[in-house]
Design a protein around this ligand. Structure first.
Ligand code: NAI
Length: 289
């Protein structure tokens, strides 16, 4: 049986995943604010450092997988906490755990993104780039300028930056090249304490007005089943994918945006990427073809 780290293990989708892993006989180290094996506040640098110290101390051997579900929903006035937890709470822990994951030979990682990345308007691009670089302070200043929209903007910016960071890392020699498969799950509205708080809060009407073609919300159980597939051998050939599970919102709102053909102006960059990838040995071995 394997060993897994699950952040956000005390509630919602993280809890559903931890329960499923334990039911299959795996050893789970949960990380959360409370009711977890490692209790730590991922919104502060000290809390993240403590979580990393405790996790590494608890892991004597290899790590077979990790699920990063800890997250904070959109709320005006809470922008800094949102970006700290949602971005650095995953990127710093994943970076620290990478050697243990690589040592497993075929580890799987699932990161919780969100379909807010593709459905939220007025997200400042500069804030996304800053968050991708880990600069939460400057990004927060920009996000607060969005006024009444600063909560949703901070949330979507955090998940966009996280997705960008994760996709870059996933395809790198340090992760894919070291046998660690990292992918993103992007849920739509799933009935958890996070969504309930949103529905009861100032943005309740905004959430209700978002179209969901199947006309129902998701359940933690459904999303946990997808995560289990993404942790299984079915994901051996899956790297940096964003798996959207949202009842059709993204397909409805962004029908024509992707898949999209490579624009002409991106071709030089792509050719450069091809050369770099070859230099790093990122090509398949077809010797047995
Ligand atoms: P939830 O609120 O039920 O669970 C989130 C967990 O993260 C909680 O146990 C909470 O204590 C933990 N957490 C929050 N701040 C923390 C901190 N500072 N330090 C340590 N742990 C902290 O939420 P849910 O819905 O299960 O969310 C799981 C993930 O899915 C989150 O990343 C969320 O952003 C994402 N998501 C949720 C959607 C939804 O509709 N519920 C939609 C799209 C994405």
């Amino acid at each position: 049986m394997g060993k897994y780290v699950v952040t956000g293990s005390a509630s919602g989708m993280g809890l559903a995943v931890a329960d499923k892993l334990r039911a299959e006989g795996h050893d789970v180290i949960g990380v959360d604010l409370k009711d977890a094996d490692v209790t730590a506040d991922l919104s502060t640098a000290d809390g993240r450092a403590r979580a990393i110290r405790e996790l590494l101390a608890a892991l004597d051997g290899v790590l077979d997988g990790a699920v990063f579900a800890a997250g904070v929903g959109p709320r005006r006035g809470n922008e800094r906490t949102t970006v700290e937890v949602n971005v650095l709470g995953t990127t710093e822990l994943l970076t620290a755990l990478r050697p243990k994951l690589a040592a497993a030979g075929n580890a799987k990682v699932v990161v919780f993104g969100s379909n807010s990345t593709t459905s939220t308007p007025f997200v400042p691009r500069r804030a996304i780039s800053l968050l991708d670089e880990g600069n939460t302070e400057r990004a927060t200043k920009i996000l607060r300028r969005r006024g009444p929209l600063s909560g949703p903007a901070a949330y979507a910016a955090s998940k966009l930056a996280l997705s960008r960071w994760v996709r870059r890392a996933a395809a790198s020699p340090e992760f894919a090249g070291a046998g660690v498969r990292v992918n993103i799950i992007a849920p739509g509205p799933v009935l958890t304490p996070l969504l309930k708080a949103q529905l009861e809060g100032a943005s309740g009407n905004q959430v209700r007005s978002l179209p969901v073609p199947v006309r129902e919300h998701g359940t933690p159980e459904q999303l946990a089943q997808w995560v289990m597939v993404m942790l299984s051998p079915a994901a051996d050939f899956m790297v940096g994918s964003v798996v959207t599970v949202d009842g059709g919102t993204e397909a409805l709102l962004r029908t024509k945006d992707w898949p999209s053909p490579m624009p002409l102006k991106r071709v030089p960059k792509m050719l450069n990427g091809l050369r770099q990838a070859k230099g790093k040995g990122q090509v398949a071995d077809y010797s047995d073809a």
